[in-house]
Design a protein around this ligand. Structure first.
Ligand code: FES
Length: 164
């Protein structure tokens, strides 16, 4: 463990509210909260690992798995909300078999929601990494996700055939 993460641990003084910044620090450092970080925090703070897991699962900002290669940010701001973002988010969850905050088993997609992406005229909108996709319907969204998945699979096959 190093830099900012350890620095915070050094300063830990057993205040109950201190656990959240420690977890934030671990997530900033690793991109998620790995098992070893939980063990380490538990050892330093004396908080049982099961309690730490309880806090992590309570707050949707924390992740127990690494972010997928593709981060989907589904907008749930006002303009997107009134044009059906709830259905859009449910469609993504159904198509990928994950909930908001989760990553698919193959490590390809992570789904998060955001307040506004800044292109409300295209509502409802999602971003997949840096690509923006707007005016979505459940049907066009499913097509889009399948297209992206095929594209990623092709890229992987090409990359692995070049490395042989
Ligand atoms: S509310 Fe969704 S892009 Fe602004």
């Amino acid at each position: 463990m190093s830099d900012n993460f350890s620095f915070r641990l050094w300063r830990y003084e057993g205040e109950p509210g201190e656990l959240i910044p420690l977890l934030q620090s671990a997530q900033n450092h690793f991109g998620y909260i790995p098992r070893r970080a939980i063990r380490y925090i538990s050892g330093v703070s004396g908080i049982p690992e099961s309690d730490i897991y309880g806090v992590i699962t309570f707050y949707s900002q924390f992740r127990l798995r690494p972010t997928g290669r593709l981060l989907i940010r589904a907008c749930d701001g006002t303009a997107c909300h009134v044009t059906g973002s709830k259905l859009i988010i449910e469609t993504i969850e159904d198509e990928l078999g994950i909930s908001v905050g989760d990553t698919t088993e193959d490590g390809l997609f992570t789904l998060n929601t955001v307040a506004c992406i800044g292109c409300c005229s295209l509502a409802p909108v999602i971003m997949v990494n840096e690509e923006t996709h707007g005016n979505l319907s459940p049907v066009s969204l499913r097509k889009l996700l399948r297209k992206i998945k095929r594209r990623e699979e092709r890229t992987e096959i090409t990359a692995s055939s070049h490395s042989q």
